[in-house]
Design a protein around this ligand. Sequence first.
Ligand SMILES: Nc1ncnc2c1ncn2[C@@H]1O[C@H](COP(=O)(O)OP(=O)(O)O)[C@@H](O)[C@H]1O
Ligand SMILES: [Mg+2]
Length: 564
Amino acid sequence: MALLAAVSFFGALLEAFFLVTVTGVAMALVGERPAVGPILGQTVALGHALLIAAIVLIVRLILNMAGVRTSADLAANVTTDQRFVLSHAYLETDWPTQQAEPAGRLQELLTTFVLRVNNTVVTLTQAVTALLSLLAFLGAGLLVDPGSTLGVLVALTLVGAILAPLRQRIRRHAAASAGAGVNFANAVSELGSFGLEMHTFGVERQISDRIDELTHQATGTQRRVLILTQSLPPVYISLAYAAVLGGVGVLTLVGVDSLTVIGTVMLLMLRSLSYGQQLATASGSLAANAPFIDQIRTTVERYESHAAGAGHRIPGAVTPLEALEVEFAYTPERVTLFTATFQIQPGEVVGVIGPSGAGKSTVAQLLLGLRQPTRGKVRVDGVDLRDVDKRWWSSRVAFVPQEARLLTGTVAENVRFFRNGIDDLMIVDALTQANILQDVEALPSSFNTHLGQLGAHLSGGQRQRLSIARALAGKPELLVLDEPTSALDGASESLIRDTLEALKGQVAVVIIAHRMSTLDMCDRIMVLEAGRITAFDSPANLHRDSAFYRNALAVAGISMTSKD
Ligand SMILES: Nc1ncnc2c1ncn2[C@@H]1O[C@H](COP(=O)(O)OP(=O)(O)O)[C@@H](O)[C@H]1O
Ligand SMILES: [Mg+2]
């Protein structure tokens, strides 16, 4: 920035010098004199003056080019930097903060909003250039004729002050425009994921109407900002010319003694006005961009204030995993999980059942350390999960969500999921364990087969088994599955059950189950009803003690086959 300032200041001084010299030459020709001057106390021959002017012109061009380069470098650096800061802050923020972010907002911030930052840097460098050039010109003007230069300075300040309310309005409308932009991005990204439903229910028209409406809102505010920013320069020019008119008026009243001086001053002042106009334009554009930059800044601050996992303790093992009087509430008004105390032992398979909305997924997220208990604590081998080193923890636990989510990439990439420590052998192992190796080997390039957008061409059961392979590839000590088979057919479910059965005794498993048939291999089953653990025991004991369990079995048409 300092380099840019220096370059533009000297560039403008050279330009002023050039204009003074050229006017001097013109005046000398008119007056039929053989020399120019005095310029800076020197009288120079006409030929020399022209040569000096030419050299000055070339040096100025070189300086300008250096300025353009510096400005572009600066803008590119700032853009890279903003994307880096924003995306890292997002990735390092905790799960509750990420989960609460509307779809499409981050994308909008990283693209449209960051472009605004880029634009602001360019504008800012232009403004600095214009300001310093203006100062250089006014400085040159002071040397030639102090009186009229001061007059111009007063006029410029006045015009700038008159335009202040206009800039305020631009800023207000730009803030609305930023909001509308985010809304639009949210809606597009959300509606975009509803292709299947849209066609099935035949609501293409309604959805396009909704998008049209949001488009109008977004473009409406944009239009207002555009009108205001575009009207700044003409308003400025009119006011500035009015000031020039006033100045000339004063001169006619006072009278002029030197034609060269008046000519030079007029030329310098007109050029000053054009730099002033650049400043006015820049100030409008800065006002229009400010709300976008504010949003990026406040978002980064919010992400950083919710940064995940700062603990550094390394427990002996992931189990025993205990919940000690854990209570959890998403909002202060409503408790989702009432005081719960329980333990999960090494290699134990724990089932979790309960009606929809009972808090099963919440318990899973608490056990994985994705959410912090509102009261009480989760302990890992005696260490508070909050204090556990996040890397250590992440490399030892795994999660299988209800709906498998696959990347656009190969089977191997999907199983590895960015974890560098997982080699091909471990991938084959995991595919075997997840009962999907045969299916993968049937693909054209085995596990190097590209799956296409979001793993299309695979059945739901195959996708879910790949998701389980992903979870097992890291050789976890704790595996949490949230209704992994609820959307699958009986055959797929049975394959997954085989997988889990084989893990028994080696990996601690918490499986939230929807289908009762998944549960017969569990060592213990937790029954969760309306945020309370109403039973937590072996299937045999539950059959005796839990009405919910007996009822659920009956509904599933399963008769209890006692294992002991
Ligand atoms: N992110 C969230 N914000 C606020 N409330 C939530 C959130 N997730 C779940 N809940 C609420 O917490 C309760 C338990 O949800 P959940 O644990 O998902 O139940 P389950 O998995 O048993 O169906 C529900 O009433 C649900 O509405
Ligand atoms: Mg759930």
